[in-house]
Design a protein around this ligand. Structure first.
Ligand code: AMP
Length: 397
């Protein structure tokens, strides 16, 4: 038996889960929020107990030190030596990392060099690794990349039609994100349906950020996010794909820098930008129920974009065996799932069983018996993929 930690160190939060491997048993979960702010929040969950606390979390090191103390205090481990491996979520692994990798100086330097491409994420991810290395220097540490699953895309799917020198000089291409989620959800579908019945899958990861992937025989052939997570479908606060010349036009009209316009497209656009209500689909649904037309428009735009992306992936895959919904909206909003599927029913003959679609937070097939494409809700589990990869690399080393 080995104890493996999956760690997601974000800019102001840190999420950890401890697994007993190879049984894949979750021993505890911890969430540290508002790191660096005046008061931080800790949520620590054991199998049948949940503790919450407000405490000063000036930096990630303090948060991780508290985490390690809590693990011992609550008897999850008896000493820090019980931890065999730590898997770190790393958002950007560029073109080099097609699989997870054992951390060493080279991997660390590569992630550092990629900060340019993921300025919000890679520094925080790296910080989690560095703190752990300082506190637990002898523990195996593994980098699990969000981009790795999408590295199977062919140039025809990942290249942008701009002068090729920009790819050659700067590696400007589609990378795709949410890879561990797409991998987990499509792997689950393949084991539920059997490989022959799941050769062509479309995975819709619809959370605050959102992306779709087209997966053929277990390999990603296309995905909606791009060079950065700003591309693809409309999201909570992100615009997704827009005419690129809007950026220069707005920069001139509003006398703003390109960086500022990109920031607006990242943080003030999407569902929030159109509705002016919220980026959260729950608030949008409530506002629609109260007759808010902008909220209704925001949801309709969101639904249309997801539906059109599914349609384009059905074309690329030459058909589709199953459409999979996951993440916050995909797992919880039966109305959004229904609207998306309704928007493509006439084109593809896919329909839902409304009763099954109304169930929440469970792995379930929700298509009707007549549907030409199966539809599933599969709750994602990125932490498990991180723990599995970490355990695997720990075991062979
Ligand atoms: P995630 O990024 O996967 O954590 O998803 C977060 C998003 O899921 C939130 O911002 C909401 O938009 C959405 N969400 C969560 N729960 C619900 C729900 N019950 N109904 C509709 N949307 C939800």
């Amino acid at each position: 038996m080995s104890i493996i930690m999956s760690l997601n160190s974000g800019s102001s939060s840190c999420k950890a889960q401890l697994y007993q491997m190879p049984e894949e048993k979750v021993l505890c979960s911890a969430l540290f929020e508002r790191i660096g702010q005046s008061v931080g929040n800790i949520t620590f969950e054991l199998e049948n107990a949940k503790h919450t606390d407000e405490v000063l979390l000036p930096n990630h090191k303090v948060a991780i030190e508290i985490l390690l103390k809590l693990l011992i205090k609550h008897g999850v481990i008896s000493s820090l030596d019980d931890i065999s491996g730590i898997g770190h979520r790393i958002v950007h692994g560029g073109e080099k990392y097609k699989h997870s990798a054992l951390f060493n100086a080279e991997v660390e330097a590569d992630i550092e060099a990629l900060i340019d491409l993921a300025p919000l994420h890679n520094p925080a991810n790296l910080l989690g690794y560095r703190v752990m290395k300082e506190l637990l220097p002898n523990v195996t540490q593994v980098a699990v990349f969000d981009t790795a699953f999408h590295q199977s895309m062919e140039p025809v799917s990942f290249m942008y039609p701009i002068p090729i020198e920009y790819y050659q000089k700067y590696r400007i291409r589609k990378y795709g994100f949410h890879g561990t989620s797409h991998l987990y959800v499509t792997s689950r579908a393949r084991s539920i349906l059997g490989e022959d019945q799941s050769r062509r899958l479309i995975c819709c990861h619809l959370g605050n950020g959102g992306s779709l992937s087209a997966v053929k025989d277990g390999e990603c052939v296309n995905t909606s996010m791009g060079f950065t997570p700003l591309a693809g479908i409309m999201m909570g606060t992100r615009s997704g794909d827009i005419d690129p010349s809007i950026m220069a036009y707005l920069a001139e009209k509003e006398e703003l820098s390109a960086v500022k316009i990109t920031d607006i497209c990242n943080k003030k656009s999407g569902i929030l930008g159109i509705s002016q209500v919220s980026s959260d689909m729950r608030d949008i649904e409530e506002a629609i129920n109260q007759g808010n037309k902008q909220a209704e428009l925001a949801r309709a735009m969101y639904v249309q974009r997801v539906g059109m992306t599914i349609g384009s992936y059905i074309a690329q895959l030459g058909g589709c065996d199953a459409i999979l919904f996951t993440a916050g909206i995909g797992e919880n909003s039966s109305i959004v799932r229904k609207l998306i599927i309704d928007s493509i029913t006439d084109a593809f003959g896919v329909t839902l069983d409304d009763k099954k679609n109304s169930l929440r937070k469970q792995e379930i097939e929700i298509s009707s018996v007549e549907s030409k494409i199966k539809v599933f809700v599969i709750p994602t589990n990125e932490e498990l993929v991180i723990a599995q990869d970490t355990y695997q690399l720990y075991s062979v080393n």
